[in-house]
Design a protein around this ligand. Structure first.
Ligand code: BGC
Length: 759
């Protein structure tokens, strides 16, 4: 094993056009000088493989490594098992200034009861903003709160693609497109780490369903791996530079992910030059000390104090077992050194050695809740907004002056907003869940670690609506009696039905229909679909507000004129929903995953509970690529989302950009009467010889325009977005031929503009 680790590729490739000859020359000279210093430093550090340069973190890490005993090295590569305050702990080594490293889940905020941390909207909601600046703000807030709480590692950004929308963890991830997920995850990760805490990106890879998650085997070909899921990781790793990458529970092509030399050593460490730590997922991710260590795993979590007793009744492998393997040469001492070096270099680089986590400080609750509110409003996707009767205007935004009586019904809208479960759950900030729920009895064990009761935050849409509609009478019914709700709806000027879908780690959804008493009696004790139909049948002015963690099927859609998708909207969700319904905020979210008409349209119509092999027969045709390839009409396509205003695209032109990229220019006009934001999306169709699905997302920009405003928009598509994975050469290649580029408001926008370029 070489002692040198290549640093990651530059954060982003700057357009060559931006470099003038005068600016290039000094840059080269400086680079050459730095190169010489680097070579010298590398030689001094005993590194002879000719790789690039140890930076100061590298030098300090190498020096510290020489001072560690074997036992201390072993101590740094495994956790000590279950801990009361968080998900894991690696005790520090005070004599060398190595701090205690506490690990806490932070997918949607920090999962630490009593911490007061901000429950942000779920990551799927963040993805629906399509806004990298908001992803940065999201990551920064999590970093600041982790810092304040004295936590070293946030188990944060999950970017497994939504290959299977019934996956119970879809809400924790960023949708079905690798570029969207990768770019947002990168910005989020970098921002968290600027606060001097380590951010983990997870779960490498192909962790696409919870059914038999410890033993299912994702069977997927090289090209599909590289162009989809691994591309999301590649972008997030190279641009976000996470300190840690977590491998997954499942197997990939026959090997546990955490024991896969291909995923860890070849792809992550060699091809992408990843210099950080590969940590395992939590239980049953590792099965063999040598296999994991030699595949490149650097750390086992949660580990245990004694491998043979183990946490959760499960044995572990990186404590006594690893020590014995190193002592008798089954795992080379160099490999252990590499594991520790990766950890130390990460701690130095991110700043934890110089500024160790301190005692708990108060959290800036107001700032957190403000950001949660903003992201929730920007994430909402207006799925449908028809006029309730011929000749009238679309039902949303609501017109307060015309409303004297409003019925609000269902989904605990009088108490709060729902959130997802599992490790990504964030407890209510004051410890009070406004919706009582009794946990059902279950068998103990690693398969039943998490609550089956949904968590709610006390941000009641009903109260927020009352505040914003002081002149109207608002009546609330809980939805259990559909007939009574229908009666009340008939007597009201407007009905707002709230419906929800609880999802969680550990359980996949049986279907994408709204859950009810047969599918999730704990959280959804009445038939939500029947309620919607009953209310809408008696009042054509019915608005539906959805809080879900993934796509839904909507056999009742024709009955309802307006549907707002609010996702899991976080701690200020009720206020955010009311703001959008009333038009204080014009919705601008776009779907980060396709909503199918029915499960039979999915590549895998059912999730088998018995088959261990999950075969990716669809190949490259994941998500919208599947619907496009098959000519299927989705219920709502990827990228869809309406506004209270309208946008028009015109004048598209293309020019060369950088080395083989394309610069697109077009005019975007807000043709309506309100200010609004549009996510202009660029899709590319590759030459037929490439053998690709019909189109892929290659770029986007969120543009805010005043009523009537027109603006020229420039979107640059780097060359790599046009590349395909060459399985012969095992590298990216841009096929020559003709490329069609389309810009529009969704992946199926009839008003999209298109142009053709040759490469
Ligand atoms: C999940 C991880 C999580 C870990 C620690 C596991 O069950 O798969 O995403 O970070 O638990 O809570």
């Amino acid at each position: 094993m070489s002692c040198c680790v290549r640093p990651p590729a530059p954060a982003s490739v700057r357009p060559a056009a931006a470099l003038t000859p005068a600016s290039v020359a000094p840059a080269l000279t400086t680079r050459r000088r730095r190169g010489a210093a680097v070579l010298l430093a590398a030689l001094l550090a005993g590194c002879t493989s000719g790789g690039p340069p140890p930076d100061p973190s590298e030098r300090r890490a190498r020096e510290l490594l020489t001072q560690l005993s074997l036992d201390e090295k072993i101590q740094l590569v495994h956790g000590v098992g279950e801990v009361p305050e968080g998900a894991g702990l690696i005790p520090g080594i005070p004599r060398l200034g190595i701090p205690d490293l506490r690990y806490v889940d932070s997918a949607s905020g920090i999962n630490l009861a009593g911490s007061g941390a901000t429950p942000l909207p779920a990551p799927i909601a963040l993805a629906a903003t399509w806004d990298a600046d908001l992803a940065e703000a999201y990551g920064r807030l999590i970093g600041q709160e982790l810092r304040a709480l004295g936590i070293a590692v946030g188990l944060g950004t999950g970017i497994n693609l939504a290959r299977e929308p019934r996956n119970g963890r879809t809400f924790e991830y960023m949708g079905e497109d690798p570029v969207l997920a990768g770019v947002l995850a990168a910005r989020r990760t970098a921002a968290t780490q600027q606060e001097q805490v380590v951010a983990t990106i997870k779960h490498l890879g192909f962790n696409h369903q919870e059914t038999r998650r410890f033993s299912s085997n994702s069977v997927v070909d090289e090209r599909t791996m590289r162009e989809l899921e691994l591309l999301a990781f590649e972008i997030a790793v190279k641009e976000g530079r996470p300190g840690n990458v977590m491998c997954a529970y499942n197997l990939v092509n026959g090997l546990k992910s955490c024991e896969s030399p291909y995923l860890i050593e070849t792809v992550l460490k060699q091809d992408w030059g990843y210099p950080g730590v590969v940590q395992s997922d939590w239980v049953l991710a590792v099965t063999d000390t040598e296999r994991a260590a030699l595949a490149g795993l650097d750390e086992e979590q949660p580990g245990s104090l004694n491998d043979f007793v183990g946490s959760y009744g499960v044995q572990t492998f990186f404590n006594q077992r690893l020590k014995a393997a190193v002592q008798d040469g089954r795992v080379p001492a160099d490999r252990l050194d590499d594991m520790v070096l990766r950890k130390l270099r990460t701690l130095y680089r991110i700043g934890l050695m110089d500024r160790p986590p301190g005692p708990r400080q108060p959290i800036d609750r107001e700032a957190g809740h403000r950001l949660a509110h903003q992201i929730a409003t920007e994430a909402m996707v207006l799925l449908k907004n028809d006029a309730p009767a011929a000749g009238s205007t679309p039902l949303l935004p609501l017109q307060p002056a015309a409303l004297r009586s409003v019925l609000v019904v269902g989904a605990h809208a009088d108490a709060g907003v729902i959130s997802g479960g599992g490790s990504a759950r964030v407890p209510p900030p004051d410890g009070i869940d406004p919706v009582p729920c009794t946990e059902p009895e279950r068998q103990p064990g690693p398969e039943a670690l998490f609550r089956a009761c949904a968590t709610y935050y006390p941000s009641a849409p009903l109260h927020a609506l009352r505040e914003r509609l002081p002149q109207a009478q608002l009546r609330y019914l809980d939805g259990r009696n559909a007939a009574a709700a229908a009666e009340a709806a008939a007597a009201a000027d407007l009905a707002i039905v709230f419906a929800s879908q609880w999802t969680s780690e550990q359980v996949d959804l049986a279907s994408l229909a709204l859950p009810g008493p047969t599918t999730d009696p704990t959280n959804h004790p009445y038939d939500q679909e029947a309620l919607i139909r009953a209310v809408a049948a008696r009042n054509p002015r019915t608005v539906l507000v959805l809080q879900t963690g993934t796509a839904l099927t909507m056999p009742w859609l024709d009955a309802v004129p307006a549907v707002l998708q609010a996702w899991y909207p976080g701690v200020k969700g009720g206020e955010a929903i009311a703001d959008v319904l009333l038009g204080a905020v014009n919705p601008s979210g776009k779907l980060p995953l396709t909503f199918p008409r029915g499960e039979s349209d999915l590549p895998q119509p059912v999730i088998s509970s018995t088959e261990l092999d999950v075969v990716y027969r669809e190949g490259l045709a994941m998500g919208y690529r599947w619907f496009d390839s098959r000519g299927l009409t989705p219920l709502f396509p990827f990228g869809h989302g309406l506004s209270y205003t309208q946008f028009a695209y015109s004048g598209l032109s293309a020019a060369a950009y950088g080395r083989g990229g394309v610069e697109l220019r077009f005019t975007l006009a807000n043709t309506g009467a309100r200010e609004g934001a549009e996510v202009a999306q660029v899709y590319a169709s590759l030459p037929a010889s490439a053998g690709e699905p019909p189109q892929r997302l290659v770029g986007w920009q969120k543009v805010k325009l005043a009523a009537g405003e027109r603006r020229e928009v420039v979107i640059r598509i780097p060359r790599e977005r046009l590349a395909i994975w060459d399985t012969g050469a095992h590298r990216w290649r841009v096929p020559s031929g003709s490329y069609t580029l389309r810009v529009g408001g969704s992946s199926r926008d009839a008003g999209a503009q298109s142009t053709t370029v040759r490469r």
